[in-house]
Design a binder for this molecule. Structure first.
Ligand code: FAD
Length: 293
């Protein structure tokens, strides 16, 4: 099933994001997590892709395994910055062959570990070019999602710029979007207003990160330009070394955040799981009765 079509029908979407583990032990743990989360009946799950192509084989293997073993609708992330067009097409052809119908089309970041990184000559420099490449070669086979940034992408000088290039991805053929994690819903609501003014009408699913490790989330947030509200910092900081307290505070905050989003008629919720199920299961329990059928 194509995610874009499910969203068009107005079905509330619950989805979970995973990364491809490096070891067999990590993969076993991931499939245990998936088993736990599958009981919640997610609309889809997704698997990230290393920007430098570093996870190419692992992402493909995990995507295919989830698709074949669980029957869950599985979306493959694909980043274009480090691949030639032919490499991208080859990956996409492999997904098509096994029946994958959903791609999150991303630019990715230049691999930090490769000094003097030079993209292939015909690489897609921005995500909108990847969206166009997919549409030109595969028509409507894939439903295409793209990333969005309610607080602006770190490279965008302002929100006008952000919206201009987000719109380009939509006009190139994206069906829906998933946002960068945010903790202050007002940024998301303001972003939706800007999209509406710019005549951008695709569903924009909020990305939710239940906090389980304060220092780790501080690092992620500063890398991707996400604000952690002062009131949340004040709650988390004294317990930064206590995983149990952090989990409790993080889960309570995420429940409050999700309930507000649900009340404001979001198309769904996308959970950044970090391959663990506990926090997401607890958040889901707290919002379950508020989710529309
Ligand atoms: P783009 O949409 O290309 O935008 C990047 C920047 O360039 C923005 O500032 C934009 O305004 C600007 N821009 C766009 N087009 C133009 C243009 N024509 N001229 C000038 N400026 C332009 N990364 C991974 O490596 N693997 C993953 O699996 C992954 N999954 C993600 C999932 C989600 C939901 C999100 C939100 C992000 C994910 N990322 C992932 C991170 C993402 O790759 C980075 O944020 C990356 O820096 C930008 O990717 P993009 O697709 O948003 O780029």
């Amino acid at each position: 099933m194509k995610i874009g079509e499910l969203l068009k029908k107005g079905q509330f979407s619950i989805s979970f994001e995973f990364f491809p583990p490096k070891t067999q032990e990590g993969e076993d743990e991931l499939f245990h997590t998936i088993k736990n989360l599958q009981e919640l009946g997610p609309t889809f799950v997704s698997v990230t892709y290393g920007a430098g192509g570093s996870t190419r084989e692992r992402t493909k293997r995990v995507v295919k395994r989830i698709h074949e073993e669980t029957g869950l609708i599985t979306m493959a992330h694909l980043t274009c910055i480090a691949h030639s067009k032919e490499e991208l097409l080859e990956i996409l052809r492999e997904y098509k062959e096994v029946g994958i119908k959903n791609i999150l089309a991303l630019r990715g970041d230049k691999p930090a570990n490769l000094q003097n990184f030079k993209p292939p000559e015909d690489a897609c420099t921005y995500a909108n070019q990847l969206v166009s490449l997919i549409r030109a070669n595969f028509g409507d086979w894939f439903s295409i999602g793209v990333a969005s940034y309610p607080e602006g992408h770190p490279e965008s000088p302002n929100m006008d710029w952000e919206i201009r290039y987000f719109k380009k991805k939509v006009e190139s053929g994206a069906d829906f979007s998933i946002t960068q994690m945010f903790f202050e819903n007002s940024y998301y609501y303001k972003f939706l207003e800007l999209c509406q003014e710019a005549d951008i009408n695709i569903p924009i699913i909020p990305g939710i990160m239940p906090i389980t490790n304060f220092r780790q989330v501080q690092k992620f947030a500063s890398m991707c330009g996400t604000t952690i509200p002062q009131r949340l910092i004040e709650k988390l900081e004294p317990y930064a070394d206590s995983p149990e307290e952090t989990l409790k505070i993080g889960v309570d905050f995420a429940i409050e955040q999700c309930l507000d989003l649900i009340e404001n008629n979001v198309p769904g919720l996308h959970f950044y799981t970090l391959n663990k199920s506990k926090a997401t299961l607890l958040v889901y329990e707290g919002i379950r009765t508020s989710i529309r059928a």
